[in-house]
Write a protein that binds this ligand. Structure first.
Ligand code: AAL
Length: 428
């Protein structure tokens, strides 16, 4: 008798599914189907997560998106390693007559950064007492360091203390390097005034002419970017030079905006640059990393802020939306963006670039090295290896900086543990 009932029920179910379930019409389906409905189902209750899956994520897994990627890293060859010779914040890469060119912050000092104990010859930070260096490569792996491209200018001129974090623009056959230009001692580094200056040349190999008057200055008193214009990053979009940057106010701390990014635009590389009325246009990120993508602009937003570690896209270069979340994005990426200055409304994306790494996992007073990253944020390649999430790290990663628990933290954890660990409630 029991057997019979089950069989009858099963039969009814199969019939119901055959009639309504598979067509999505009529009776409510039993469970959410294994094959994702292409559009948001309207005939069944959806959890908040499944609503978002359709409303915000377009009914797609992240790896199905053009602007999703994993990142892989490779050690570079050709950079002489020496104590207190630091290289960081590479520019985007340009290729001229088959040769790749990159510019970066180069600090060659006699001693390591000493924070508040810095002097005229002892740097405060990793990017203090630096110049803009240049390297070339035929394959993107083996690099030949060409030495200093732009030198710190004389006393009294912005950049005398340090010039760093360069990026490149090619406009009407000429080359323009934009960089942070500090006049004074850079400690404490949150408080110092830092405009952007520029140098130009007829060829990527220089010689470079340093323009003494900064081209982009921090905002007025009280503005979100009133102290520093960091990470100037030019592309050409909608017929204008669009220079993205990270702004910083004099005051720092949780109640102040510290890691937002803005945009200035111009039609002449030497300015005047006009600030976007939407600024800030990113609420997160650290170093700027953008590229033309389809008819708009894409950005890698990493490290800081509520939208850290995302790839974003904007149709107008000013109003960005999150497209995907990424893991372990490159720090200070400078991608090879062949169409960065094409301004043709058909951005093809990026597949590799350089970034920097702090070998000790440290911050401002640690030395940095340049590294290569590869990815698939391009419309022109198919790289399954990069369209995967769920990356796992080996023990080497977990038991080293920045994950390692140091002595001070261990003491705090021990004290907290005494305070908050009780027997599990209900076990008495
Ligand atoms: C970088 C950049 C800017 C900061 C410092 C040097 O990675 O964000 O350049 O000022 O750190």
């Amino acid at each position: 008798m029991k057997m019979k009932t089950i069989t009858l029920k099963t039969l009814i179910c199969i019939l119901a599914l055959a009639l309504f379930g598979f067509t999505g019409k009529g009776a409510e389906p039993e469970s959410f189907p294994a094959k994702l409905p292409a559009t948001k189902p309207s005939d069944r209750p959806l959890s908040s997560a499944m609503q978002r899956f359709y409303d915000e994520w377009d009914g797609k897994e992240d790896y199905a998106k053009d602007l999703y990627t994993a990142f892989k890293y490779t050690r570079l060859k050709g950079f002489e390693e020496r104590d207190n010779f630091s290289r960081r914040d590479p520019s985007k890469i340009v290729r001229v007559k088959g040769v790749y060119h990159v510019w970066y912050t180069g600090r060659k000092t006699d001693s390591p950064p000493a924070g508040a104990n810095a002097t005229d010859t002892i740097p405060a930070t990793d990017w203090d007492l630096a110049d803009i260096w240049h390297a070339t490569s035929k394959d993107g792996y083996v690099w030949e360091e060409q030495g200093i491209a732009v030198k710190r200018p004389e006393s009294g001129v912005y950049g005398h203390r340090t010039i760093c974090t360069p990026d490149i623009l090619v406009w009407k056959g000429k080359y323009y390097l934009y960089f942070q230009a500090y006049k004074e001692f850079t400690h404490p580094w949150g408080q110092i005034y830092c405009p952007v200056s520029v140098a130009y040349a007829d060829s990527p190999n220089g010689p470079w002419t340093f323009v003494k008057e900064p081209v982009v200055r921090p905002g007025t008193s009280g503005a979100w970017d009133n102290a520093k214009i960091n990470d100037p990053y030019p592309i050409v979009f909608n017929g204008r030079i669009c220079l993205y940057y990270k702004g910083a106010p004099v005051e720092r701390g949780h109640e102040y905006i510290t890691r937002m990014q803005g945009l200035v635009t111009a039609t002449d590389p030497l300015g005047p640059f006009e600030k976007s009325s939407f600024n800030p246009i990113f609420n997160s990120g650290h170093e700027t990393a953008l590229f033309p993508f389809k008819a708009g602009v894409a950005a890698i937003v990493s490290l800081d802020g509520p939208e850290k570690n995302t790839i974003q896209w904007s149709p107008d270069g000013e109003n960005f939306e999150i497209v995907s979340h990424v893991m372990a994005p490159p720090i200070a990426p400078g991608a090879f963006v062949p169409d960065a200055f094409a301004g043709n409304g058909d951005g093809r994306g990026i597949t590799w670039g350089l970034c920097h790494i702090n070998p000790d996992g440290g911050g401002a007073t640690n030395e940095s090295i340049l590294a290569r990253f590869d990815c698939d944020l391009s419309l022109d390649v198919e790289r399954d290896e990069f369209k995967r999430s769920n990356l796992r790290f080996g023990d080497e990663t977990y038991f080293n900086n920045p994950f390692v628990v140091d002595e001070k933290l261990r003491r705090q954890i021990a004290a907290d543990q005494k305070k908050v660990d009780t027997d599990t409630i209900g076990t008495e």
